[in-house]
Design a protein around this ligand. Structure first.
Ligand code: F6P
Length: 324
């Protein structure tokens, strides 16, 4: 292997830039070339590449988003699109690929590898933490810190006005963000897709906390929660059934995906980048690098795509105890 290309794809997440930097610097360390691919698979199809050197990735470690940009490519879903991408990589003398992204990105990489035998390595980058084979995806820790900081601020208003706030957080179909920030910010209730609390129990729990002397409450709601009502409908439902609270809704949205990565994400990105390049140089392919028991380990890409990240049951129990 003489040249490795790196790209970011799917939803951006803090730490992606640090991963690009790490891949480029590791390539430089081993005296091989590195190319950055712009706009994920879309740029791959168009041959939109840029040479990455140890020096031109400076200043990236603390930057949110991705300087290589990200896109969801429709054309790469077609055989013709993938053929174009392969031709562009070959024309640029690229021998192997590091893809930073989530499920969709890895599925694309797997198909590409099956069709052309092109060596691929995945780095999990998403704030959702919904990837099997790693305890942490890149950007997850930063998102947790961002959201906790915001909920602390919302709590100021909640307690000044004796209000109940429903705070909706991201996570797609997973409740990792909601559960962790709920515990971290001391929420009174946490609604996650992995556990259906039910509307009645939610009301009961809110009544109980009111009776126990609480004048304000924060309920963290995962966007993928399955309680059957969205946050605005939840607000109406609670207002109809409880007169004790003035209710407000705050949907945090994309601010959760931005910002400078935490130290944890910067270090994780650096470790993952090194492992991804070194594994390719050892002749390995079709794996995802992940953090397991504080070591960087490889999981077959197929398993990473098919497996389900598990919610932390112990943390659910802790949150139940903390909300009494
Ligand atoms: O996967 C990251 C994520 O931010 C999810 O939490 C969210 O459901 C989704 O992406 C939003 O996607 P988009 O940026 O396309 O609206």
């Amino acid at each position: 292997i003489k040249k490795i290309a790196v790209m970011t794809s799917g939803g951006d997440s803090p730490g992606m830039n640090a991963a690009i930097r790490s891949v480029a610097r590791t390539c430089a360390y081993y005296n091989i070339e590195c190319a950055g691919i712009y706009r994920g698979y879309e740029g791959m199809i168009e041959g939109d590449f840029k040479e990455l050197t140890a020096r031109n990735v400076k200043g990236l470690i603390n930057k949110g988003g991705t300087v290589l940009k990200s896109a969801r490519s429709k054309e790469f879903r077609t055989k013709e699109g993938r053929q174009k991408a392969y031709d562009a990589l070959v024309a640029a003398n690229v021998d192997a690929l590091v893809v930073v992204g989530g499920d969709g990105t890895f599925t694309g990489a797997l198909i590409f590898n099956q069709e052309f035998g092109f060596p691929v390595m995945g780095i999990p980058g998403t704030i959702d933490n919904d990837i099997f084979g790693t305890s942490h995806t890149l950007g997850y820790d930063t998102a947790l810190n961002t959201v906790v900081e915001v909920i602390d601020k919302i709590r100021d208003t909640a307690s000044s006005h004796n209000r109940l706030f429903f705070v909706e957080v991201m996570g797609r179909d997973a409740g990792h963000i909601a559960l962790n920030v709920g515990v971290g910010a001391g929420a009174e209730e946490i609604l996650i897709p992995e556990e259906d609390l039910g509307l009645e129990r939610l009301l009961e729990s809110l009544r109980r906390s009111k009776l126990s002397g609480k004048s304000s409450s924060i309920v963290v709601v995962a966007e993928g929660d399955k309680i059957g009502k969205n946050v605005f409908e939840l607000k109406d439902y609670v207002e109809e059934n409880m007169t004790e609270y003035e209710v407000r809704v705050s949907v945090l949205g994309h601010m959760q995906r931005g910002g400078s990565p935490s130290c944890f994400d910067r270090v994780l990105a650096s470790r993952m980048g090194v492992k991804a390049v070194e594994s390719l140089l050892e002749g390995k392919s079709n794996y995802m690098v992940g953090l397991l028991s504080d070591t960087i380990q490889l999981t077959p890409l197929e398993q990473a795509v098919k497996g389900k990240s598990k919610i932390n049951e112990e943390l659910i129990r802790v949150s139940d105890i903390m909300t009494t």
